[in-house]
Design a protein around this ligand. Structure first.
Ligand SMILES: [Zn+2]
Ligand SMILES: [Zn+2]
Length: 203
């Protein structure tokens, strides 16, 4: 299938919307999601101008939300039409994953930041057939569609405004983790949250 995505081709260049090609649908344990909205996190911007280790060209975007349109196999725990929020990828079998702490997955950095699942790379190309980096943070959601592991797609209430929920997958989750886990704030504590203002397009 062909659809549009924002592709980053060089560390100095802009994100540019172009056509990309997904050569195959979801494998076992994956779902195809039509993206409804996506946050832009500091980590997406950090890749640009970094000259860093994240391979390019790539489709970034790691705070996506959308609707499941196809499931790979019977064991994803999700169904067509489910509304989902997408978060980071994890291996599912290291000590941290087995202890229900996938944010500390032994493979967190390679799976999410430095190349993704290499065995899944060949199916995702640009319109001319040129290789794109394997999915970013298990999703690459600056795109109309994303194929994601079911383990990093979380079903949400369809009554909620789906296009606004994506940042739950990184920004809100990270902020809540900092306050509740790192800072150790509990009931009755007061905290100051800085830089949480709302930004709107200038008129
Ligand atoms: Zn993020
Ligand atoms: Zn793991």
């Amino acid at each position: 299938m062909r659809f549009s995505a924002a592709v980053l081709r060089s560390y100095q260049g802009p994100f540019a919307v172009e056509e990309v090609v997904l050569g195959a649908g979801p494998d076992e344990g994956e779902v195809l999601v039509e993206i409804a909205g996506c946050g832009m996190c500091r980590t997406d911007l950090a890749v640009r101008r970094s000259g860093g280790r994240s391979p390019l060209p790539a489709v970034l975007g790691h705070e996506g939300s959308g609707v499941v349109v196809e499931t790979g196999g019977p064991d994803t725990g999700l169904g067509v039409g489910d509304h989902v929020v997408l978060s980071f990828d994890s291996c599912g079998h290291c000590r941290s994953c087995l202890a229900a702490a996938p944010a500390y997955c032994d493979s967190f950095a390679p799976l999410n930041l430095f190349g993704g699942r290499e065995e899944k790379a060949a199916r995702f190309t640009d319109a001319a057939g040129g290789a794109l980096a394997p999915r970013w943070f298990g999703q690459s959601s600056f795109a109309r569609y994303a194929v994601v592991p079911a383990r990093n797609a979380v079903r949400v209430d369809p009554a909620l405004p789906l296009e606004l929920l994506g940042p739950l997958g990184c920004g809100f989750l990270t902020g809540a983790g900092a306050v509740l886990n790192s800072f150790g704030a509990g009931p009755g504590d007061t905290v100051a949250v800085l830089g949480a203002g709302r930004w709107a397009w200038p008129r």
